[in-house]
Write a protein that binds this ligand. Sequence first.
Ligand code: B12
Ligand code: SF4
Ligand code: SF4
Length: 414
Amino acid sequence: MIPASSDTVSSDTAASNTAASNTARPDDAGPPAADACRALDPAEMAEKLKLWARELGFQQLGITDTDLDAHEARLNRWLEAGYHGDMDYMARHGTKRTRPAELEPGTLRIISVRMDYLPPEVETTRVLAQPERAYVARYALGRDYHKLIRKRLTQLAQKLQKEIGDFGFRAFVDSAPVMERALAQKAGIGWFGKNAMILNPKAGSLFFLGELYTDLPLPVDQPFERDHCGKCTRCQTWCPTGAIVDDKVIDARRCISYLTIEKHGPIPLEYRHAMGNRVFGCDDCQLVCPFTRFTRATREQDFAPRHALDRARLVDLFNWSEPEFLENTQGSAIRRLGYERWLRNLAVGLGNAPFSEEIISALRARLAWPSDMVREHIRWALAEQTRKRDEHQKPVSAPLIEAGFEDIIARQPA
Ligand code: B12
Ligand code: SF4
Ligand code: SF4
């Protein structure tokens, strides 16, 4: 295992999260793990890891090898189709993403973990149905997950080191060229849904994934082979922007998550109405999924909503000054968006909200904002608002609820 280096940075949302924990094997540390005489045999190590993972707040742990050949071909097709849009980091790392030992020399096994994130009592479809409120993807309501999960993964590896001595490992969450979903499926965590999410039949898909790359010759788990989607196509037919272009294939350029979090320039006009009140990420293809009803609430305090982000009014968030934005999003994944794109996204939400004088005043108050991009989105929103005023405001529609999708109020973990 090598120390963290800059080439592991993949996403612009990862800048502060790339320094994965690393216990490098010193040159004189003796024979590699595979040959060492250990206090536990590999099967016992795997058993202990599963037990400790639970104690550390993970809901699942699986182990797999480094063979991602089938996924390399799929990733290449996805990139060739241009589905990554402006996410250059997805194409930047050559074969490091699909060949784990090229990213971390010596890697033999990957330990994949799942951590559920929906806080208890947090509403989902009910907020989507109130177009004057902001919908923030439920993974981003609390503190940024990267640090928390990486720390727990490191603790997990260190626990094993205490028992068996030194070995090489490196922890990853989201921010490096790692095929997290493919590894999770191979490690038995869940199957690839038509919405491209990893789903578990007992837990849905509202969870994060994380990995430990290691040089330990651990026994591998069975891949999750069964596809539970069957004939269901709810996610595909529901996706507001038609981003699920094929079974398990997302054209990111159409995905609201990409448009609101990853995209830097203006949001294309064709998607603005479909965005509704989704101002940071999108959960629709999970909310309509029948397996989401099995979601269990997280116990992690870090994931609890901050600043009422689970039910805030769009106009209140739009009125945050830049210092307020920086203060209120400290330690949150939202902060990396930056204030300009925050205003951009909220302006779209306000344009989609029912007519209100308060909204018109808030938008007008920012018409002189220095960024061309923000001003253009504000002008669009004002035009939408005045059109609605002139049309005598149509009744507000609550499509998800009208279509019979109930809110998931996650239950406490068993
Ligand atoms: C880039 C990225 C995005 C992009 C592109 C999404 C995408 N589908 O690729 C955007 C910004 C749109 C995005 C959105 C979201 N993301 Co994202 N994202 C990533 C990231 C950084 C890379 C994903 C990637 O490699 N894409 C490349 C494509 C080619 O891979 P793929 O979509 O997984 O495609 C695979 C399938 O198509 C599969 N496949 C195709 N055909 C077949 C056939 C068979 C038989 C099989 C088995 C497989 C298979 O093979 C492909 C290659 O493995 C990962 C973190 C990471 N480093 O892995 C997080 C990650 C995938 N994202 C995550 C989350 C939570 C989200 C959002 C829910 C956030 C939100 N609420 O807004 C949405 C969901 C959108 C969606 N439905 O995918 C989680 C997913 C957790 C889970 N349970 O699956 C991850 C793993 C981050 C994490 N550490 O938790 N994301
Ligand atoms: S996250 Fe939203 S926009 Fe993206 S694929 Fe899922 S439903 Fe469609
Ligand atoms: S909504 Fe249906 S098709 Fe989509 S992931 Fe869930 S089960 Fe599969």
